[in-house]
Ligand binder design. Structure first.
Ligand code: LRH
Ligand code: MN
Length: 427
């Protein structure tokens, strides 16, 4: 299923006048604040979010999984689906692979296919939280932290193999998330488990190419429900500092206990030069992996406020951090969900760019909390959608990606091509 430039042109023609009207209104509004809308359109257009290869099919829970139909059956079909998203919004120009769910059998052919869709490969993810058929040692009781050296060695080898795949595809980072932990008090020696993990990570770190990073992802619980070896940002930060400059922390928005101030964590990691990347999603209770910005758009905005506050300009910000989604779709069409996530992330980014930083600095110096809220609200309550639409139109993408996706009946066509019960590897 290909979305052609004439599909896009036809669609953009139908919304042209309405779009121009709302864009002019926003440009006028921003002009009064001495903000050049074209500068923001540029920044929005340049902001790319990587799509997780494991979130292109229907997810599920232990209570059930409801097939979506037309799910990608291979890595090649996954790349086509991400290519389709990128054709629609011109902001999904990267794919993050998970190994062994997405082993590139022929890396040259896979890279060529990705090039054809204007896609690059973001961080590659290792998987030592599931046992593969031909695996010698089980990860039931952990991997890099395991009490048995042979299990740790097996997990280290897997991570080094994942780096090899990533190198062949042009990726520049390895994401390590460990399910390692315990379900019951007394089950694990916390200190030993962390020390084992640190030693194992050192061996992986030594295998990193010089221009690579290792991103250490933390999570407070699940699949272990009493303790996780890397439960919080502090432990990930500790390990990243012990490993070296190429080790950073990855912040998955769903990996925080309720009401955690994630924007403060982001501010500190950024200040310490240890913020490596994000897994964007949203949640109400646990690691729900819901559409980014669908429940807490203000938190997403506040996170971008800290990101812009802590870096010298949009360019530096964009280039030093891995921007990735991590989601699981139980009821929504995965492609629509991902389009909405990218839109919400871009809205938070552009709204944060609208914050009057000088005014914010002044009201903070004057200890004027109400004044500070007014500055943030002016930006957050600005409807930036016409600006994002314009960024897409200027890059020959769809003014309204979901509208065009539905008008073309993409899901229906994918079901005709791939069948109603095709299942994608992943979560
Ligand atoms: C763990 C996690 C991690 C991935 C997995 C797919 O919850 O967020 O990033 O490896 O989801
Ligand atoms: Mn994640």
């Amino acid at each position: 299923m290909n979305i052609t430039s004439s599909h896009i042109e036809e669609h953009n023609k139908t919304v042209k006048d309405d779009h121009q009207e709302s864009l002019d209104a926003l440009a006028h509004q921003l002009n009064k604040r001495n903000i050049d809308i074209n500068e923001l359109v540029e920044q929005a257009g340049a902001f790319q979010v990587a799509i997780p290869s494991w979130a292109l099919g229907a997810g599920g829970t232990r209570f059930g999984r409801f097939a979506m139909g037309g799910e990608p059956r291979s890595l090649e079909e996954k790349i086509e689906d991400v290519g389709l998203l990128h054709a629609l919004n011109h902001s999904s120009g990267a794919i993050s692979l998970h190994i062994p769910w997405d082993i590139p059998e022929d890396t040259a052919a896979v890279k060529e296919l990705a090039d054809k869709h204007n896609l690059v490969f973001d961080a590659v993810n290792s998987n030592t939280f599931q046992d593969q058929e031909d695996q010698e040692h089980s990860y039931k009781y952990g991997s890099l932290s395991h009490t048995k050296e042979e299990v740790r060695e097996q997990a280290i080898e897997h991570n080094i193999e994942v780096i090899k795949y990533g190198k062949a595809l042009g990726s520049k980072a390895l994401t390590v998330w460990l399910a390692d932990g315990s379900n019951f008090p007394g089950q694990q020696n916390f200190g030993k488990a962390l020390r084992n993990t640190e030693e194992s990570l050192h061996k992986i770190y030594d295998a990193l190419p010089d221009d690579w990073q290792v991103l250490i992802e933390y999570k407070p619980y699940e699949p272990n429900f009493y303790s996780m070896v890397i439960p919080d940002w502090g432990t990930s930060f500790l390990l990243a500092n012990k490993l070296g400059d190429q080790a950073k922390t990855l912040v998955d928005l769903g990996h925080h206990l309720p009401n955690t101030n994630i924007e403060q964590i982001v501010a500190i990691l950024l200040m310490e030069g240890k913020l490596g990347g994000f897994h964007f999603n949203d949640s109400k209770y646990g690691d729900d992996d819901l559409t980014a910005g669908s429940l807490k758009p203000y938190q997403l905005f506040l996170i971008f406020n800290e990101l812009i506050e802590g870096t010298d300009g949009p360019e530096e910000l964009r280039n030093q951090i891995a921007w990735m989604i991590d989601a699981s779709h139980n009821v929504k069409d995965p492609l629509e969900d991902l389009l909405q996530s990218v839109e919400a992330i871009q809205q938070a980014y552009v709204k944060a760019l609208l914050i009057d930083r000088d005014k914010l600095k002044d009201v903070r110096e004057e200890n004027d909390p109400a004044g500070a809220q007014e500055v943030l609200q002016d930006a957050f309550q600005t409807d930036v959608r016409p600006l994002l639409t314009e960024a897409r139109v200027r890059h020959q993408a769809a003014a309204d990606p979901i509208q065009l996706y539905r008008a073309l009946g993409v899901r229906k066509q994918l079901i005709e091509e791939r069948g109603a019960d095709s299942v994608a590897t992943g979560l």
